[in-house]
Ligand binder design. Structure first.
Ligand SMILES: N[C@@H](CCC(=O)N[C@@H](CS)C(=O)NCC(=O)O)C(=O)O
Length: 219
């Protein structure tokens, strides 16, 4: 049994989607950013970075994993699915996973901060992060013109990327003119496990999301 510590955010959804795809049983612990539960002493023992998502594998000596990319790799390796075993196939999936973890996540995350949550409207910061996110989407589109899924076959790279790209409107970034990316988004949205994963934990309203995100900006 896996304990999942999460919230209704793109990084949280990556893990609920992968757990649904793999059919692994899990218990959901929804943390409130508003109450700063992600910074509690108990949770910092699971994730020293004080952020969601994190898991604890109760069947494996209460093994804790933080960082969503590391969680996806752990769960894929545990089940032998969604990550090829041959070095080249595995490398391709990990390249696109790292592209999400080091690029789309941080850039789009900052686009959200400056476009939605920050108390001042800093147009230079908004432009910088929205343009960089759009540029990264264009890289995805070019890749997806050549292959159906980012790693060739469906993998944890798609699962890591989709929850971010589906939130493009929230970040103020267009997907117009990116047909391969839109085709891939429709394929991802149609997967029942993706649909189930996006419902975990229960979605909160937009005003509460903004309130929780603004609480994170205050250290
Ligand atoms: N690189 C981390 C990022 C995790 C992250 O930024 N989580 C956000 C929600 S998407 C969070 O917990 N924010 C709360 C905070 O910053 O206090 C990962 O991929 O797991």
């Amino acid at each position: 049994m896996i304990d999942l510590y999460t919230a209704a955010t793109p990084n949280g959804h990556k893990v609920s989607i992968v757990l649904e795809e793999l059919g692994l049983p899990y218990t959901v612990h929804a943390l409130s950013f508003d109450k700063k539960e992600q910074k509690s002493e108990g949770f910092l023992k699971i994730n020293p970075n004080g952020r969601i998502p994190a898991i604890v594998d109760r069947a494996n000596g209460d093994f804790a994993v933080f960082e969503s990319g590391a969680i996806l790799i752990y769960l894929a390796e545990l089940s032998g699915k969604l990550l090829p075993k041959d070095p080249k196939g595995r490398s391709v999936v990990l390249q696109w996973l790292m592209f999400q973890m080091g690029g789309i996540g941080p850039m789009q995350g900052q686009a959200n901060v400056f476009f939605r949550y920050f108390p001042e409207k800093l147009q230079g910061a908004i432009d910088r992060y929205q343009h960089e996110t759009r540029r990264l989407y264009e890289v995805l589109d070019t890749r997806l013109q050549a292959v159906e899924f980012l790693g060739g076959e469906y993998s944890i790279a798609d699962i890591a990327t989709f929850p971010w790209v589906r939130g493009h409107e929230w970040s103020g970034v267009e997907v117009d003119g990116l047909p391969a990316l839109q085709r891939w988004m429709a394929t991802m949205e149609a997967r029942p496990a993706v649909q189930r994963g996006l419902l975990v934990p229960e979605r909160i309203d937009d005003a509460s999301i903004i309130k929780g995100a603004q609480a994170m900006l205050i250290r």
